[in-house]
Design a protein around this ligand. Sequence first.
Ligand code: NAP
Length: 252
Amino acid sequence: MTALEGKSAIVTGAGRGIGAAIAARLAADGAAVAAVDLVLDGAETTAKAIEAAGGRALAIAADVSSADDAESVMDRVEAEFGSIGILVNNAGVTRDNLLFKMSEDDWDTVLDVNLKSVFLMARAAQKRMVPARSGKIVNLSSVSALGNRGQANYAAAKAGVQGLTATLAAELGPYGINVNAVAPGYVATPMTDATAARLGMTVEQAHEAAAAAIPLRRVAQPEDIANVIAFLVSEDAAYVTGQTLYVNGGLR
Ligand code: NAP
C-alpha cells in the first residue's frame, strides 16, 4: 500500500513549476489529484502526465483568488473523488518593484493570489474536512517572508501565509486537520526564470549566482519541495502542525 492510497488531493498552480512536481509526487504516493490552474491547458498537461504514469487525476481551471471559484473547485473534487483529504495552496505570482515604483494593482494582485487565495481555499475546504474530522493543508510561503528588496508585496503576502497557517492550525487542530507551510528558497521554475530575464541574466547565470550564497551550493529543483510536502501530508507527520518549514539549502 502506498502512503496516500485512498486519499484525494487538490494542488493549486499545478500547471507548471513546483505545483506540477507536487501533483506528480502526491499521485505517485497514491492520491487521486485535482490539478488546479488559472489556465486549463496547464492543468490538463499535469493531469495527463499523472494518468500516463498510472495515477488518477482531474484538471480544473480556476482562479484561486475568487471565492466562487474556490467553492466550485471543492464541489467538483468532492463530486469526482468523494472527499477532500489534502489541500496544497501553491498558486502564486510575483510583481516585483521597488516601493516607489510599485503600483496599487501590483500590490493587490500579489496579495490576492498569494495570501487571500489561501484563506478562500482553506475556508472552502474546511467545510468538508471538519465533518470528516480529518485533513491536511500545506501552504506555500517563501524565504522572502523575511524581507526581500523589490518584493514588498510578495514578502508581505508570504509572511501573512505563515501567520495564517499558524492560526488555521490552532482553529482546525481539534478537528484532526493539520496545517503547515513550506518556505522554499530559490527553486528552478518559470517564476525564477522570469526574474532572471528581468535582471538581464541567463537562467544559468542566475542559478550560479544564487548557488554561491547557498550552503548546499545549488538551487532547488521543484522535486526538492514536493518531497517535503509529501512528508507533511503523510501520516509520518501526523503530530506536526502550525509549522513553517524552510526548504532553502541552508540559506540564511
Ligand atoms: P510558477 O512557475 O510561476 O507557477 C505558478 C503557477 O500558479 C502557474 O501555473 C500559474 O498559472 C498558477 N497561478 C497563478 N495565478 C493563479 C491563480 N490566480 N489561480 C490559479 N492558478 C494560478 O511558480 P513556482 O515557482 O512554481 O511557485 C509555486 C509557489 O511557490 C508559489 O506560491 C511561489 O510564490 C512559491 N515559491 C517559489 C519559489 C521559487 O524560487 N520558484 C520560492 C519560494 C516560494 P499560469 O501559468 O496560468 O499563470
